[in-house]
Design a protein around this ligand. Structure first.
Ligand SMILES: Nc1ncnc2c1ncn2[C@@H]1O[C@H](COP(=O)(O)OP(=O)(O)OP(=O)(O)O)[C@@H](O)[C@H]1O
Ligand SMILES: [Mg+2]
Length: 251
């Protein structure tokens, strides 16, 4: 088998066991994502979206199945190798921003880069400044996260995610805590990164954001129930679902 896809999951399952309760968070997931794709991952609360992202992002390991990331077999990596690959190849953006409150905007973006043995101090400085520029936060570089709006904090989180030029960006509800104006600016930022060649997997509850990707993967109860390019008919179907749900709420 060749592993030309950036992300290649086959037969991935994840079972969480807490005392006597077993949760099958993912069941037999087969998914390939090529370099440069922008994929949205949708589905009801608890269907396994974050679990899938944490396995793709090497934050967690599967209970069964195989995962190849850029040709590396994830199961053959030890903890340190996983951490190194994660830091180099993957940028994370979470719903809750996850910035470090004691560090300035500049230092938050700088931190993951300081673990990179391949980057000199001056290279790190250059990357931080360039990332600040990309997300239009240069004027706030010495602020602390608590001194920023939610949208600004999320832009810093995006800057931190893209700083190391990762091969992919994993975003888990990146607009979940933002008002519509800030959500729009984060979505535009993701689209801009995608246009620049980034591979993006974005979990979202919001169908309007989901439809801005190129491909729509839907989970139900730990399984992929649809996986299709986003075309006019996808939009119609997703919008029809929303209208149905609204009708049910209204009934
Ligand atoms: N660390 C954990 N330990 C035990 N069970 C877990 C753990 N993380 C997730 N689960 C369970 O696995 C299932 C999938 O959870 P997951 O967080 O992936 O869902 P999700 O699709 O991201 O939901 P949401 O949209 O609410 O964020 C849920 O039933 C959840 O309770
Ligand atoms: Mg989740």
């Amino acid at each position: 088998m060749s592993h030309s896809a950036l992300i290649e999951l086959s037969g991935i399952s994840k079972v969480y066991s807490i005392e006597t309760l077993e949760t099958h968070a993912l069941r037999n997931i087969n998914l390939q994502v090529n370099k440069g794709e922008f994929v949205s991952i949708a589905g009801a609360s608890g269907c396994g979206k974050s679990t899938l992202l944490s396995i793709i992002g090497l934050l967690d390991v599967a209970s069964a199945g195989q995962y190849f990331l850029a040709g590396h077999d994830a199961s053959s990596l030890d903890r340190d190798e996983r951490a190194r690959l994660r830091n180099k190849e993957i940028g994370f953006v979470f719903q809750s921003f996850n910035l470090i409150s004691d560090l300035s905007v500049y230092e938050n973006i700088e931190l993951p880069l300081t673990y990179r043995s391949d980057l000199s101090d001056s290279a790190v400085r250059e990357i931080v400044l360039e990332s600040l520029n990309t997300v239009d936060m240069m004027s706030r570089k010495d602020h602390f996260p608590s001194q920023l709006s939610g949208g600004q904090q999320q832009r810093v989180a995006v800057a931190r995610a893209i700083g190391g030029s990762p091969s992919m960006i994993l975003a888990d509800e990146p607009c979940g805590n933002l008002d519509s104006k800030n959500a729009e600016s984060v979505m535009q930022l993701l689209e801009q990164l995608h246009a620049g060649g980034a591979t993006i997997c974005m979990v979202t509850h919001d169908p309007k954001s989901a439809l801005r990707a190129q491909r729509y993967v839907e989970l139900f109860d730990g399984q992929i129930v649809s996986d299709e390019p986003i075309a006019a008919h996808t939009k119609e179907r997703v919008l029809a679902n929303i209208i149905n749900e609204l009708a049910l709420v209204g009934a």
